[in-house]
Design a protein around this ligand. Structure first.
Ligand SMILES: Cc1cc2nc3c(=O)[nH]c(=O)nc-3n(C[C@H](O)[C@H](O)[C@H](O)COP(=O)(O)OP(=O)(O)OC[C@H]3O[C@@H](n4cnc5c(N)ncnc54)[C@H](O)[C@@H]3O)c2cc1C
Length: 630
């Protein structure tokens, strides 16, 4: 525990930064509010995105655009990586009127971007550093994160929302410290504030969060401070970015991997790439004036394709999350402990009807399928157990996953000791712009910086400036939190009985709410498939995902494999590995009809999905048979 002198210095720091913040918030213009001269372009793109009959071009058509790009007629930009960063780059560049291609070697969001904590951070932790070190640079990071937080939520309102997070305090100093700090966060947020933070007494706190323990081993809860950050459905947001980019004209192709670069024989500048289609196994060349490397944790392996001795810029660290039943946390309130006994952050957040708890921070090797270690799962269980009055059990874990943070060091920076959580853009090989680091929350401004850099590198001629600061993603325009009521009232979900008869069933509130949140204004299309094509049955007991979603995602969201659906279009694998494996046969059956798979492909899909689920620790997770918890 800090000494009285340290405590007073901390409080004095908060007061100083509060004064600076008050001055700065009035000076910092909101980027979102400024129109950067892109209104006609934005209106044209918006019309394409909101068109109720809009459909992304089929994958084969997208690939033919890449095959058709030649050295005489190259794309402007080829993006490597279909995570949040790469998809954001493709959207930014396409909406500036540039010719864009994007290749992702697996599925959109199959890397780190589907494995995050799902928080849209306003940078509260940078604020603490700004206070302690009186560091204006850190304060600028907070302004930046707050601005981006607001834009992410505004641009995809169906997939993002404000989430109250409770911080427990066990002495009065903590109450004052967190209250002042979070009030400062409100002040710094200014117009970008989601909701005001506030103090709750111990009694009020346990009413709001019934599983919060009032008494620990040597301590008693004095109260809590609740503040707001954003929460998202990360992989659906990522797929939404890729599909919006496709509607804006980008040729985005999943299961397409860059295997080598094409260089100009004289200047040695990169002028394109050799691509392998990982579904057909065929290879082809594509040409672009600039290549943007947005391969996340893999960006060094891409840089090494350009220059074998490229110095590494990624310092990978893995983070594990576990998913627990809904009763661990109330709906609509998270719990965040900024510092546990051993100095780590732990949290429990309600997410899609279950509770996500985490996280860890350990050194790791870079792999496409990182696995949580059993001791990491046990660490999280042990850490949350100190704050709860519910018995915390390994058998309650429904799913567990690991993700790799692409923490980046700028290879051209003089001071290599700083491993920054902010992003790095560099062109350390002619024609190859690398963008990495940063956070999900700041993907949009990272993309803007990368495209600006690509424009300079390739002397490109965009039609307009960046317009993504105020551009709704597919399904977001016209969406409203009450949109689900239309589905509940106007649609039935034709469902097949166990006897095989197709009968009308109600579109119950849970299914309507889920469809509306997951697909925005396009939820009606999914509901229509459920109603008209007899695909209204739920895929797994206890979860609102419908069969119709599989068909919809195959037709309109580039869902090419069973894992794409269980992991990234729906989130079943992340929520509950047992439910995901129970849904698997039906998911494969519907995808087989959509993509005309033969028997052997179906078997292959089943095998791959089982292997994938193993990396979510499925064997040790909770299993339900005939409704009984085993
Ligand atoms: C545990 C954890 C928790 C986090 N929580 C949060 C949070 O709550 N909020 C937040 O804002 N941020 C969070 N982050 C950070 C955030 O998730 C990442 O910064 C972000 O997802 C990185 O996206 P990316 O597109 O750069 O990388 P990725 O999502 O990894 O995408 C890179 C893609 O490149 C592809 N690729 C690689 N090589 C090739 C090739 N040769 N050809 C074609 N494609 C290729 C890969 O398949 C991959 O899909 C968290 C990160 C972790 C690990």
């Amino acid at each position: 525990m800090a000494s009285t002198g340290t405590r007073l210095r901390r409080l004095a720091g908060i007061a100083t930064v509060a004064a600076t913040a008050a001055a700065c918030t009035s000076l910092t213009p909101s980027v979102a509010s400024s129109d950067r001269g892109g209104r006609p372009a934005r209106d044209a793109v918006r019309r394409r995105i909101v068109d109720p009959n809009a459909a992304v071009p089929p994958r084969a058509v997208q690939e033919s655009v890449l095959v058709g790009a030649s050295s005489a007629n190259p794309l402007d930009i080829l993006v490597i990586g279909g995570g949040a960063t790469g998809s954001g780059v493709a959207l930014d560049a396409a909406t500036r009127g540039l010719r864009v291609g994007l290749v992702e070697r697996e599925d959109f969001s199959s890397g780190t971007s589907s494995r995050s904590t799902k928080l849209i951070h306003g940078g509260v932790r940078y604020l603490e550093k700004a206070v302690f070190n009186l560091d204006y640079g850190q304060l600028k990071l907070v302004f930046h994160a707050l601005e981006e937080r607001k834009q992410v939520i505004d641009n995809a309102p169906h997939l993002c929302h404000a989430l109250p997070c409770m911080t427990p305090c066990f002495n009065w100093f903590e109450v004052v410290y967190f209250w002042m700090g979070l009030k400062l966060y409100d002040l710094v947020a200014g117009a970008r504030l989601l909701h005001l933070s506030r103090y709750y007494s111990a009694q009020e706190s346990v009413e709001l969060f019934p599983t919060l323990a009032r008494k620990g081993k040597d301590r008693v809860l004095k109260g809590t401070v609740v503040y707001y950050d954003g929460q998202m459905n990360d992989s659906r947001l990522n797929v939404g970015l890729a599909c919006t980019a496709a509607l804006a004209g980008a040729a985005v192709v999943n299961y397409a991997e860059v295997v080598s670069f094409l260089k100009d024989e004289v200047s040695e500048r990169i002028i394109g790439a050799r691509i392998r289609d990982n579904l057909s196994g065929q290879e082809f060349d594509t040409y672009a004036k600039v290549v943007v490397n947005a391969a996340g944790p893999f960006c060094d392996s891409v840089r090494k394709m350009a220059k074998a001795d490229a110095p590494p810029m990624i310092c990978p660290s893995s983070g594990v999350h576990i998913v627990l039943p809904d009763y661990y946390s109330p709906e609509g309130m998270g719990l965040i402990v900024p510092k546990t006994k051993d100095g780590r952050v732990v949290f429990m957040l309600p997410w899609l009807g279950r509770t996500v708890a985490g996280t860890t921070d350990s050194n790791t090797a870079i792999t496409m399928l990182p696995e949580p270690h059993e001791d990491e799962i046990q660490f999280i269980l042990g850490a949350i157990c100190d704050y709860l009055n519910v018995k915390v059990r390994r058998t309650d874990v429904l799913s567990a996953w690991s993700g790799i943070r692409p923490l980046a060091v700028d290879p051209s920076a003089k001071n290599t000791e700083s491993i920054s959580r902010d992003h790095v853009v560099c062109e350390d090989y002619p024609g190859l712009v690398t963008i990495t680091g940063g956070k999900w929350t700041t993907y949009r401004s990272m993309a803007e910086d990368a495209v600006n850099s690509a424009i300079r590198s390739g002397k490109l001629k965009p039609a307009n400036e960046c317009i993504t600061d105020n551009l709704r993603l597919v399904g977001g325009e016209g969406w409203d939190p009450a949109s689900f009521t239309v589905l509940a009232q106007q649609y039935v979900r034709m469902k097949r009985t166990y006897g095989g008869k197709v009968v009308p069933g109600v579109m119950d509130t849970a299914a309507a709410k889920h469809l509306s949140r997951a697909y925005g204004t396009f939820a009606e299309r999914v509901a229509a498939i459920a109603q008209d094509e007899g695909l209204g049955k739920r895929l797994a007991h206890g979860y609102p995902f419908l069969e119709a979603e599989v068909a919809y995602c195959a037709r309109f969201e580039y869902c090419e494999s069973a894992v794409d659906f269980i992991a990234r279009r729906s989130r079943l694998a992340f929520l509950d590995t047992d439910a995901a494996s129970r849904a698997l046969p039906r998911v494969i059956e519907i995808l087989a009809t959509e993509h005309q798979w033969d028997k052997s492909r179906k078997k292959q899909e089943e095998q791959k999905a089982k292997e994938f689920l193993e990396t979510f620790k499925s064997l040790r997770n909770a299993q339900f048979h005939d409704g009984k918890h085993q």
